[in-house]
Ligand binder design. Structure first.
Ligand code: MG
Length: 255
């Protein structure tokens, strides 16, 4: 099932995508044991999708693909390298990534994004499927020049608009071995498979919840494969994950 969140006039609503081109509105919130459809069915082209969820926090994983760690001259860490992106960095499909004046080197990072469905803490590996609501595409946009200078990554990875998510949450896909790509203006930059993650989704959720409670809608960005590179104002960046969809965002200069 594909859960989309969209703007309809002044309101935001959740819906279920049926086929590729229609959406049926959900009554209330999809993060419940069961939910009802309102019966309102709209062409997908007539609604404006927004970020499929507003997380209270985004946990992101550094250096979780060996070839990516190597391309930036880093070792693979012994344990997952976890950092936080602020909720205010989230934008949805089609919304611009704003290139900040403070950076001269902004990079794309295509990532599988895990969406948590239940309040959970200290989740053992084997119970992780119970707390995962679904998956979407993420882009861990990074000011690489600032990241090299600043030992904490909150600022380099935390600018407003630096966390595109979407286009929807796919709740039924097996995410263990999916093709993941990133294109910039149709040039293929990243192409890999989620099976190449060093720490898989179960390991990451288990490790993170050893430390902190995750809430429904919280997002885990699972790390980027090799091929990261620069974005420039005027370009369009797309993250595509097999079985999930494509997340496209334009890049614009700051005012
Ligand atoms: Mg990343």
């Amino acid at each position: 099932m594909r859960i989309v969140r969209f703007a309809k006039g002044d309101e935001l609503a959740f819906g279920v995508v049926d086929g590729e081109d229609h959406v049926t509105e959900i009554d209330g919130h999809p993060f419940q044991p069961s939910f009802e459809l309102s019966g309102t069915r709209l062409p997908l082209a007539d609604v404006r999708p927004v970020a499929p969820i507003l997380p209270t926090k985004i946990l992101a994983i550094g250096r979780n693909y060996a070839e990516h760690a190597a391309e930036l001259g880093n070792e693979v860490p012994d344990e997952p390298l976890v950092f936080i992106k602020p909720s205010t960095s989230v934008v949805g499909p089609g919304e611009p990534v704003v290139y900040p004046a403070a950076s001269a080197e902004v990079h794309h990072e295509a990532e599988l994004a895990v969406v948590i469905g239940r309040v959970c803490r200290q989740v053992p590996r084997e119970r992780v499927p119970e707390v995962v609501f679904g998956y979407t595409c993420g882009n861990d946009v990074t000011a690489r020049d600032l990241q090299r200078r600043e030992p904490q990554w909150a600022r380099p990875k935390g600018f407003d608009t630096f966390c595109p998510l979407g286009p929807w949450i796919e709740t039924e896909v097996d995410a263990s071995d999916l093709a993941i790509t990133c294109t910039v203006d149709d040039e293929l930059r990243q192409s890999s498979r989620t099976s190449l993650m060093i720490n898989d989704v179960a390991a990451l959720v288990s490790y993170i919840t050893e430390a902190m409670t995750l809430l429904p809608g919280d997002v885990i960005l699972t790390g980027t494969p090799a091929g990261v590179g620069p974005l420039l104002p005027g370009q369009r960046v797309s993250v595509t994950i097999e079985g999930i969809g494509t997340l496209t965002n334009p890049v614009v200069a700051a005012d």
